[in-house]
Write a protein that binds this ligand. Structure first.
Ligand SMILES: *[C@@H]1O[C@H](CO)[C@@H](O)[C@H](O)[C@H]1NC(C)=O
Ligand SMILES: *[C@@H]1O[C@H](CO)[C@@H](O)[C@H](O)[C@H]1NC(C)=O
Ligand SMILES: *[C@@H]1O[C@H](CO)[C@@H](O)[C@H](O)[C@H]1NC(C)=O
Ligand SMILES: *[C@@H]1O[C@H](CO)[C@@H](O)[C@H](O)[C@H]1NC(C)=O
Length: 263
């Protein structure tokens, strides 16, 4: 039976009962009244039960929705956690990579720094050398323009001197430290200079007959070993005993070398 039908029946009976109450006897009325009340309770109970059913249904649906939502949320939380974990792992890896890279860069930097220091030292040395040479050159130029040149052929000392004289010059005279440094910087082989003790053993003389005032001898020289009367500028940079101010050696005049000419 539908609730509506019941309700309609109840209504009809109510109408009947009110109309019937006027026509019918009193005892019968009471019985009918009771019956009516019973039906009403029944209806109310049914309606209540229905409502409870509906509420239960709604509750179940809501519960379901909540559970589903919670499950989704848990899932999304898990995903987020996983993503975060991956990010953390990746960051950790990147950090390790960066550390390694930093270490390598630091090493590179250190080695470059060392190289830079070495180069700086060399540059400083070369700059000092250049400045010295410039000073030497300037001081030489003060005494009037000079010209140095190297003979093109290797000859004995006399022939080398002749080579210079044929060109309006003579073998070089080195009477100052600046000039010694300058001439040393020009040569890259052993060369004759204008000094000898050919006239008198042990008395060194320049080609202009001036005496030697200061010599720039290689260690242990001159030693006149087996009659060595002519002087060479003994360029040997591989030799540890060599230096620009210690480079002269006496030699037999018949040795063949190029000469430094000065004009
Ligand atoms: C995070 O990742 C690491 C390495 O892949 C794994 O060992 C660990 O169990 C993970 N943690 C979580 C909470 O997923
Ligand atoms: C880690 O580095 C890689 C490339 O080296 C980059 O693609 C990635 O996004 C980095 N990860 C994080 C979490 O920054
Ligand atoms: C003398 O000097 C020459 C170089 O000119 C060298 O070869 C020789 O060994 C030296 N002799 C002595 C005895 O020191
Ligand atoms: C130098 O060589 C010439 C020949 O070119 C020779 O006449 C002269 O005697 C030599 N002098 C010495 C000291 O060897």
């Amino acid at each position: 039976m539908d609730f509506e039908d019941v309700y309609q029946n109840v209504e009809r009976r109510d109408i009947e009962s009110t109309t019937g109450a006027q026509t019918q006897g009193h005892g019968w009325d009471e019985e009918k009244d009771l019956k009516h009340r019973g039906s009403r309770y029944l209806v109310l109970i049914s309606v209540g039960l229905g409502l409870i059913c509906v509420l239960l249904l709604v509750f179940i649906i809501l519960l379901n929705i909540t559970i589903t939502a919670e499950r989704d949320m848990t899932k999304s939380y898990k995903n987020t956690v996983e993503e975060l974990n991956q990010t953390i792992n990746s960051l950790h890896d990147n950090n390790t990579d960066l550390k390694t890279e930093k270490h390598q860069l630091q090493n590179n930097f250190n080695s470059l720094n060392k190289k830079n220091l070495v180069l700086e030292t060399r540059v400083n040395g070369l700059t000092a050398e250049k400045d010295q040479l410039q000073r030497d050159f300037d001081s030489l130029n003060k005494k009037g323009p000079v010209c140095f040149f190297l003979s093109t052929e290797s000859k004995n000392w006399s022939d080398s001197r002749q080579y210079c004289r044929d060109r309006g010059a003579d073998l070089v005279i080195i009477n100052t430290e600046e000039k010694q440094r300058f001439i040393s910087s020009l040569v890259s082989e052993r060369v004759w200079i204008g000094l000898s003790d050919r006239e008198k053993e042990g008395v060194m003389k320049w080609v202009d007959n001036s005496p030697l005032k200061r010599g720039f001898w290689f260690k242990g020289q001159p030693n006149d070993s087996g009659n060595q009367d002519c002087i060479e500028l003994n360029y040997e940079r591989g030799n540890t005993g060599w230096s620009p101010l210690k480079s002269w050696n006496d030699l037999s005049c018949s040795n063949k070398k190029k000469g430094i000419c000065e004009k």
